[in-house]
Design a protein around this ligand. Structure first.
Ligand SMILES: *Cc1c(COP(=O)(O)O)cnc(C)c1O
Length: 420
């Protein structure tokens, strides 16, 4: 049998090479993205992708899984150690399927879920109407206070008491502040709801000890593995001691929900890469990484604010900034385009109570996980803030192209650690 290698598929390989060059020459500042290690990439490209392993270790529906079981158990054990939880299901293909599993395990269709409004920084899967979660479940939302732009727990409590949800989500994709796990847990206990922490964005900050862990306060934790955790694209569901005390079958319900409820054969190459990622995150230098991500982001925020940018909540506690561009007379769409031309990849984003439409919202969302992986520090943050300011103040393609040269130079100085 002829065995080809990737280089021989010229058309495809050209696209991959161009993407590699794009990543090498520009700065990735979308807060949900990162650069994985060579070890994670290697695990992703192993023969484990070939294997069917429906079921769970020692209880598979296919033969030949002796070593696959070792891989999956290793990933589970490392996840449990990393997050200090008694149970982890490492099979979810990504963050959204991980969240689906929580619904399927904890709720009947039509029952009520309470989540953070997408417009206030929540996620589609927390009950938004176009997502499965808003289609098959009845959803209610809390937002942020108009005044402080932060979650107001008194308001959440009022809504929870009125709506009596079966499940409450805490977590989001565009919220620049820490979550009060304990405050939410009081509310969930009061109304008898399951409480799920979705730490997709901040998992890396939690394992680094920069943010508090929800493990003591919530019943279930879901996460992606590819954002601040810096692993392969993937998801995971964990059950805490508290969750098992509330419902001793919760771990079994989660397993049943992932398979056979939602998925077929697990992606064992991806699970192996998750195991690599967890090992890397357990090492001491990951603490430095998490701390630097936040230090860099705070520095960037301070510099931008001193250049007359208005940040939602007037700052940040984490890896992302949400910038309200209205005083700069530029829309989020145009800002995204100009910064892309300058070699800074970010995304347009709605701000809380945004008067503009989502296709051209009033804000942008930026973050430091990927540029921190490249090794950048505070002096680079000052430079990036200056470049962003000149591009967005002058609003010209000429200025953006001028900036691109400076960005390319910085990118070369902090080259990526791999060449795949
Ligand atoms: C990114 C994200 C997800 C979903 O992850 P996918 O892997 O894109 O499905 C879920 N919840 C939150 C809060 C997220 O930020």
């Amino acid at each position: 049998m002829k065995r080809n290698n990737l280089q021989e598929d010229k058309t495809l390989f050209e696209s991959i090479k161009k993407e590699r060059k794009r990543r090498n020459d520009t700065l990735e500042m979308i807060p949900s993205e990162n650069h994985t290690s060579p070890a994670v990439l290697e695990a992703m490209s192993t023969i484990l992708t070939d294997k069917y392993a429906e079921g769970y270790p020692k209880k598979r529906y296919y033969g030949g899984n002796e070593y696959i079981d070792e891989v999956e158990v290793l990933a589970q054990k490392r996840a449990q150690r990393l997050f200090n939880v008694p149970f982890a299901n490492v099979q979810p293909y990504s963050g959204s399927p991980a969240n689906m599993a929580v619904y399927l395990a904890c709720m009947e269709p039509g029952e009520k879920v309470l989540g953070m409004n997408l417009k206030a920084g929540g996620h589609l899967t927390h009950g938004w109407k176009v997502s499965f979660s808003g289609i098959y479940y009845d959803s209610a939302f809390y937002g942020v206070s108009e005044e402080t732009e932060r979650i107001d727990l008194e308001e959440v409590e009022k809504i929870a008491k009125k709506e009596k949800p079966k499940l409450i989500w805490v977590g989001g994709s565009a919220y620049p502040r820490e979550f009060d796990w304990k405050g939410f847990s009081k509310i969930a206990d009061e109304v008898g709801a399951y409480l799920a922490a979705d730490i997709a964005h901040i998992a890396g900050l939690i394992v680094a000890g920069v943010h508090d862990s929800p493990a003591k306060h919530v019943d279930v934790i879901t996460t992606t593995t590819h954002k601040t955790l810096r692993g392969p694209r993937g998801g995971m569901v964990m059950v805490t001691e508290k969750g098992l005390n509330k419902d001793s079958d919760l771990d079994k319900k989660i397993n049943k929900a992932v398979f056979p409820g939602l998925q077929g054969g697990p992606h064992e190459h991806q699970i192996a890469a998750k195991a690599v990622c967890f090992k890397e995150a357990l090492e001491d230098d990951f603490e430095d990484y998490g701390r630097k991500v936040v230090e860099n982001n705070k520095k960037l925020a301070d510099e931008l604010m001193s250049n007359d940018f208005r940040l939602v909540t007037d700052g940040t506690d984490n890896h992302l900034c949400l910038i309200d561009l209205r005083n700069k007379n530029i829309g989020g769409k145009k800002a995204e385009e100009l910064l892309e031309l300058a070699g800074i990849t970010i995304n347009k984003n709605s701000i809380p109570n945004d008067p503009a439409k989502p296709f051209n919202p009033s804000g942008i969302r930026i973050g430091t996980p990927a540029i921190t992986t490249r090794g950048m520090g505070e002096s680079e943050m000052v430079e990036i803030a200056q470049i962003m300011t000149s591009v967005l103040d002058k609003k010209s393609e000429k200025e953006a192209k001028k900036a691109r040269k400076k960005i390319k130079k910085m990118a070369e100085e902090f080259s990526l650690p791999y060449d795949i």
